[in-house]
Design a protein around this ligand. Structure first.
Ligand SMILES: [Zn+2]
Length: 342
């Protein structure tokens, strides 16, 4: 990895709190809580079990979430995981981070939704101060569940929450099933970003045109709706044109996409073409633990695959922060760290 990649200010919009635990924290929390379900309590074995296999024979290990969520059922654990996420990101040169999680899956031991959300919010507040990073939290509802209205109401009730997202399986679980929740978010000025991964062709349209999302989670498949002829771009769908014309940020997660089988490797990813075409592309980790990836590694992969330089990454960092959902004051604080460079 080139040295500048590690130190250049980076920004991440799409990072799942329950997908970013340290392996040692997962083991320690399980021990403290007498949680018996981990497949191994050896660091190396557990790491190997969770993370994608080197031969890419297996995609991201979905079972791993059972355990990360399993040990995040009390306030201290949720707070610790949040603080550590900001510590790790800050140590990796990230100056702006949005973490996201689904509050309703942390209620199994009796925590109230307010206790859960406040544990993350407190971790964000303390972490921002301690690690000199600007951060915010987005609440996710799951597409396969029927409680998205409840999650939007939690966003409305907790003014420190910066946005709403729909995560979970997309095939067979359209965002259109959650139109009421998205409309309620819009009415209440809640920022909305929705996952639209590569498996559903209509995903981007449903997210930006039908649900008024301000950003797209993933969105790399938009490449199928455009054609490029030198510098000229033409649009095959009104959704792609809308995303381009309105500078809607795409929360691209290259490594996660490769591990899920959307691309055979990062150099085949549509990121490079979308960047060159002028789309507002951002670089994201998705799940640092499950994908065995850091933000610097993610940026490095993009740099090496598409020939980007430090100036390009700084420009992406600036655009990423500008697409962020935190208030103007915090956004400016993060932007100050990149404004003096180049
Ligand atoms: Zn995601």
């Amino acid at each position: 990895m080139q040295d500048w990649v590690k130190t250049v200010p980076k920004a991440v919009l799409h990072d799942h709190l329950d997908g970013g635990l340290r392996v040692e924290t997962l083991i320690e929390l399980a021990n403290e809580q007498n949680y018996q379900n981990l497949p191994s309590t050896s660091h190396d074995e557990l790491k190997k079990w969770i993370q994608p296999k080197p031969d890419k024979s297996l995609a991201i290990n979905l079972e791993a979430w059972e355990h990360t969520i399993g040990v995040m059922q009390d306030e201290d654990s949720i707070y610790r995981v949040t603080m550590e996420a900001l510590e790790d990101l800050s140590n990796d040169g990230v100056v702006y981070a949005e973490l996201r999680f689904a509050p309703l899956v942390h209620t199994f031991k009796g925590l109230t939704t307010s206790e859960i959300i406040n544990s993350v919010v407190n971790g964000i507040k303390d972490g921002m101060e301690k690690y000199d990073i600007v951060a915010g939290v987005i609440l996710c509802a799951m597409r396969q569940e029927q409680n998205s209205l409840e999650v939007v109401n939690l966003c409305i009730e907790h003014s420190d929450v910066i946005g709403f997202d729909l995560a979970g399986p997309e095939v067979g679980f359209s965002v259109l099933n959650h139109s009421e929740a998205c409309a309620l978010a819009l009415e209440n000025n809640i920022n909305v970003t929705l996952h639209a991964d590569w498996e559903v062709a209509e995903g981007i349209k449903e997210v930006v045109l039908d649900s008024n999302a301000r950003r797209v989670g993933h969105g790399s498949q938009i490449i199928n709706d455009i054609s490029l002829n030198g510098d000229e771009i033409s649009f095959q769908s009104s959704a792609a044109k809308y995303v381009f014309d309105n500078n809607i940020a795409l929360e691209i997660c290259p490594t996660s996409n490769v591990q899920c089988g959307a691309y055979s490797n990062v150099s085949d990813h549509s990121f490079g073409a979308l960047f060159n075409a002028g789309f507002n592309v951002t670089i994201n980790t998705d799940n640092r633990l499950m994908s065995d990836i850091t933000m610097s590694e993610e940026v490095n992969n993009v740099v090496e695959s598409f020939g980007l330089d430090e100036k390009d990454i700084l420009s992406i960092t600036r655009n990423t922060i500008k697409a962020g959902f935190v208030n103007a004051e915090l956004k400016n604080k993060a932007l100050e760290k990149v404004s003096t460079l180049y």
